[in-house]
Design a protein around this ligand. Sequence first.
Ligand code: GDP
Ligand code: MG
Length: 163
Amino acid sequence: MSFTLAIVGRPNVGKSTLFNRLVGKRLALVDDQPGVTRDLREGQARLGDLRFTVIDTAGLEEATDESLQGRMRKLTERAVDMADACLFVIDARAGVLPADEVFADILRRRSAHVILGANKAEGTAAEAGVLEGYALGLGEPLRLSAEHGEGMGELHAILMPLI
Ligand code: GDP
Ligand code: MG
C-alpha cells in the first residue's frame, strides 16, 4: 500500500507549487489568484529515493460565503482522512492568519502525523512568520521554498521514517 501525503492549508500559500515540485509534472493548477484550485489532485511523488502518493487540496476559500467555506473544509477533511500524514503549509511571509488556525484545529483532531511547512521561506523576509508558526502547537516549522526547492532534504528526512 502506498504512503499518502496530503498537502493542506489556505489558498495561496504554495500548495500546488509544492505538489508540482514533488510530482514533477504540472498536474495541479498554479495561479496568482488565491483559491483557483478547488479540487483534490493526486500524483506520484519522487523525493530522492522515496516514492509516495501526494494529494493537493483546495484550501479554505477566504470568501464570506459560508457554504463555500464549508465545502472547502469538507474537501480538506476528506484529504486528511485519505492520507497517512499531512503537510500543513503556511505562508511564512504572511505569518499565521486566522484561517491557518482553522486548519490547525482540523489537523489536531483528524491527522496522526502533521508536518508544519513554513513556505516562501527563502530570504530574510520570512523569519518572523516562521517563528509565528511555533504558536500553532504543531512542532518546529519546516522552512520550505516550493518555488526555489529549499527544504526538500529536510522534508525527505522527516518522511523517511514514516514511509
Ligand atoms: P496554493 O493556492 O496554496 O496552491 O498556492 P500556489 O501554489 O498556487 O502559489 C500561490 C503563489 O505563491 C504563486 O504566485 C506562487 O508562485 C507563489 N509561491 C509558491 N511557492 C513560493 C515560494 O516558495 N516562494 C515565493 N516567494 N512564492 C511562492
Ligand atoms: Mg493550489
